[in-house]
Design a protein around this ligand. Structure first.
Ligand code: ACO
Length: 430
């Protein structure tokens, strides 16, 4: 590999250092470019811009590889509890038995939210989006637990703030659902594990106890693991950007929740199910929707297809597709949307438009069908994504904070407006 790149501008040659990652990714270091050349780079959508050096998550979009801290997600999804993977992502190493037990105790200890926060839920309008509620409640955690920013880490690498946020997020998510349907809140139960506790808070009702089926808990556990981190995507970059200005953990993660909400990002899981419903209701007119997706004058896109980084099958989608078959069979659920999804995938995989653009199913394509099967309402799908992504957001935020070279995130621009012109007093304006 070359040690440096050469850039020739206006007859002058500059050398730019090359950095190589542990898996062979190569980057031209342009950090001194402006100072040395007077030029900036233009890269809208950050298609080619590395914003940080990170050792949390590795993905190879051409090969369809995704690893957390060096471990393949396939292994983690098959063998771990979500909380174990969260520990790995946050801490860098898989927990041993004692560490995991301590972490579980933390999850139990921090599961409640301040009672005064519960009043907040009463004042959202009835149809408020669960994502807006989530981001509000996460942001306001700072008001109730301000000491979190400063508190030292008693558990070897993990701050109390981390444990609190990871534990409370599921209570917030479940409470927002209960409030939205007018049911009494179900408080966390210390006898249940992380995923079971969430399911119980969501679905248990007075006089109608919720029986937690192992298949349901296992499917949700897998989904959360598969969403736990995904390097510098839109929401994670938002978390880092807000944190780079000195914003506290909760403010940064609340911003990440809002970034995730969009239908091109985490909001796609809801959009997929709505699209499948549309195709189903429209007499399975696949051709119509495929035609619309290909039409440049139509804003419609096939949700759940395509990815900025993956140019092959998203490895998460592969696992989720299998899990989807498994959970529907185990629960004896027949969902016509699964057939629609399968047929749409089949048609797309044989269509030149999608083949030539490397548009394959992404993480959001089959996840909504699992959420439906386990009873999660459609408008909560993106909240489920956020729940899974919390460890990644926190780990990336922590990594950014610890980076000695970290500066406030502040891109440049190429200005194309008026250059300085003479001010026109009111009486002279046309
Ligand atoms: N349906 C139809 N055409 C598509 C789709 C799609 N889902 N995705 C991309 N294309 C087309 C684009 O129109 C473009 O065509 P062109 O080259 O003729 O102009 C080409 O494929 C490349 O697409 P871009 O939008 O330039 O790719 P980009 O990397 O910017 O976007 C994105 C990636 C946003 C995920 C896009 O594929 C998309 O909108 N997908 C649907 C939404 C979705 O599923 N989002 C979830 C992504 S995973 C996640 O964030 C968790």
């Amino acid at each position: 590999m070359a040690d440096f790149a050469k850039l020739s501008i206006e007859g002058q040659t500059y050398t730019l250092p090359i950095i190589e990652g542990t898996a062979g990714q190569k980057a031209i270091d342009i950090r001194n470019l402006l100072k040395e050349t007077g030029y900036i780079t233009l890269d809208s959508g950050y298609m080619n811009t590395g914003s940080c050096i990170s050792n949390i998550t590795y993905l190879d979009g051409a090969k369809g590889i995704l690893d957390y801290r060096g471990y393949a997600i396939e292994d983690l999804a098959d063998n771990c509890f979500f909380i174990e993977v969260a520990y790995l992502i946050l801490n860098g190493e898989l927990p041993n038995f004692d560490q995991l037990e301590q972490f579980k105790r933390d999850m139990r200890r921090f599961a409640l939210i301040h009672e005064d926060m519960i009043h907040f839920f009463d004042h959202f309008p009835p149809n408020a989006s669960p994502m807006s509620i989530l981001s509000t409640m996460v942001g306001t955690l700072h008001n109730f637990y301000p000491e979190m920013d400063e508190e030292d880490d008693p558990y070897g690498g993990l701050t109390v703030a981390t444990a609190r946020l990871l534990s409370k997020i599921r209570t917030i998510a479940a409470f927002s659902y209960k409030k939205s349907i007018g049911h009494p809140l179900v408080y966390p139960n210390a006898k249940l594990n992380y995923v079971q506790n969430f399911l119980n808070m969501m679905f248990d009702r007075p006089n109608i106890p919720y029986i937690i089926k192992p298949e349901v808990a296992s499917a949700l556990n897998k989904l959360l693991i598969l969403h736990a981190d995904h390097e510098q995507n839109c929401s994670t970059s938002t978390v880092r950007l807000v944190g780079s200005a000195g914003g506290n953990l909760y403010a940064s993660i609340s911003a990440g929740v809002n970034a995730l909400w969009g239908p091109l990002h985490g909001g796609a899981n809801q959009a997929v199910v709505e699209m499948l419903e549309l195709i189903y209701a429209d007499d399975r007119d696949f051709d119509k929707y495929i035609r619309k997706a290909k039409d440049k004058n139509d804003p419609f896109r096939l949700s759940g297809f395509g990815h900025r980084v993956y140019k092959t099958f998203d490895p998460r989608a592969k696992i989720i597709k299998e899990a989807c078959d498994h959970v529907l069979r185990a629960l004896e659920v027949e969902d016509p949307l699964l057939d629609i999804a399968r047929e749409l995938e089949e048609r797309v995989s044989n269509d030149d438009y999608f083949i030539s653009r490397n548009l394959y199913p992404n993480v959001d394509f089959y996840s909504g069908i699992i959420y439906r099967a386990i009873g999660i309402p459609t408008n909560m799908f993106t909240v489920m994504f956020a729940l899974g992504r919390i460890p990644g957001w926190i780990a990336q935020w922590n990594e950014m904070k610890q980076d000695q070279d970290q500066k406030i995130g502040r891109p440049r621009q190429v200005y194309t407006g008026y250059t300085r012109r003479k001010f026109i007093p009111m009486h002279q304006r046309a």
